[in-house]
Design a protein around this ligand. Structure first.
Ligand code: NAD
Length: 362
């Protein structure tokens, strides 16, 4: 990542983001929620899914491609299942509502399953499963996403990178949080490499003629990234396409509009959220103790040479969150410039930023 030009506190960035989205027409609680999701991504070190995305979301809102005020009516389709029409609302608002409905269904019936159609890009998938884990539920978030990846053996970008997320509460230990896209490398990282004039490694993607290339921009702009793990990553991405797209009634297999590159209509993304009550088979405390035992045994599995420690999924991000709560969130000059332009567009003052890491902020 390019080096940080300045540092902002989580709370000031949250307030700033919320004020922008409110001025773009979102009701105040929804504006706060969207900003919280973006800042949480920054805190966890996923700067590609943080406040740097404000300009593209703002652009789609201004163009009327995102509905700032969806009504989000829940249609219960079975005792444990519901369907939600996202009405082209902000993915974070739609996704949070759907996860909360899934948790509510799980409280009543043991498991909750919510299918969402007509949604939009929902950012960092971990946000939703962290919510489930904080409510002492096992949470799943499945989504499809705009085309950019070829299925194993193919060269056309029919699939999205379709991230999958799972959150599981533990006892003394932090929750396990799995959040992973199905591509060998994030598409954003390819774009970034190209912008810095650096070639990408061999075998990561093809250009729009289907030829292997090391030019990240050729992969990003019309080419296709490869799934991780060959046919296995491809299979998981197809599973996300089925759950998020085919099953819910959302767009699927290449029909979604790209967040950045296709401003011809709403994205029509689909998601599935699931929540499971961990006390279905034993008391909650016993489940959590068993999670701690499992985590401790795994962490005790002697690290390979060169590593100090075996980390659990979600652990690197949780550590970064603790650190950035203390030091602030680093922002590159490019991101700062784009935020300044957004602030001017809605006549808002920029928050104070610091040229060095901030000590003891929150
Ligand atoms: N909304 C969308 O359409 C969309 C699309 C693509 C990606 N994303 C988001 O982009 C983000 C990045 O995805 P990614 O696939 O690049 O994630 P990643 O490769 O950084 O991490 C994948 C998983 O590996 C774990 N991990 C990483 N390093 C580890 C280590 N040293 N030890 C143990 N576990 C480790 C992480 O905790 C995570 O669970 C995610 O938040 C994802 O939801 C969103």
């Amino acid at each position: 990542m390019a080096s940080a030009a300045q540092f902002g506190t989580a709370s000031s960035l949250r307030d700033f983001g919320a004020a922008i989205f409110e001025r773009l027409g979102l009701p105040a609680p929804h504006a706060v929620l969207v900003a919280d999701c973006l800042v949480r991504a920054n805190l966890r070190g996923l700067d590609s899914h943080g406040v740097a995305r404000i300009p593209i979301y703002a652009k789609r809102l201004r163009l009327g491609l995102v509905n700032p005020r969806p009504t989000l009516v829940v249609r219960q389709v079975a005792q444990s299942a519901a369907s939600l029409d996202g009405e082209d609302g902000m993915g974070m608002v739609v996704g949070t509502k759907a996860m909360d409905v899934a948790i509510g269904l799980a409280r009543d019936t043991g498991v909750g399953f919510v299918g969402v159609h007509r949604s939009t890009h929902y950012g960092m998938a971990a946000y939703y499963v962290l919510r489930a884990a904080a409510a002492d539920h096992i949470g799943f978030a499945f989504t499809n996403s705009s085309p950019g990846m070829a299925p194993f053996g193919g060269t056309k970008p029919i699939l999205g990178v379709n991230p999958l997320a799972v959150g599981v509460p533990a006892g003394r230990r932090p929750a396990i949080v799995i959040d992973m896209a199905m591509s060998e490398i994030a598409r954003g990282k390819m774009r970034l490499a190209a912008m810095h004039g650096e070639p990408i490694a061999e075998g990561l993607g093809v250009d729009k003629e289907g030829k292997p290339t090391r030019d990240g921009m050729a992969v990003f702009g019309g080419g296709a990234v490869h799934p991780f793990g060959g046919p296995k990553g491809s299979a998981l991405a197809i599973w996300m396409e089925i759950m998020g797209g085919v099953l819910t009634g959302a767009a699927f297999a290449g029909e979604m509009k790209s967040l950045y590159e296709d401003l011809s209509g709403p994205q029509r993304i689909g998601h599935v959220f699931m929540a499971i009550r961990p006390d279905l088979f034993m008391p909650l405390e016993e489940f959590k103790r068993r999670m701690d035992t499992m985590i401790e045994r795994l962490k005790d599995s002697h690290p390979v040479e060169g590593l100090d420690e075996v980390l659990m999924p979600g652990e690197p991000e949780a550590r970064r969150e603790t650190e950035r709560m203390r030091t602030g969130i680093p922002l590159t000059a490019e991101v700062l410039g784009s935020l300044r332009a957004e602030a001017e567009a809605v006549a808002l003052a920029m928050p104070e930023f610091s040229p060095t890491p901030i000590s003891g902020c929150a």
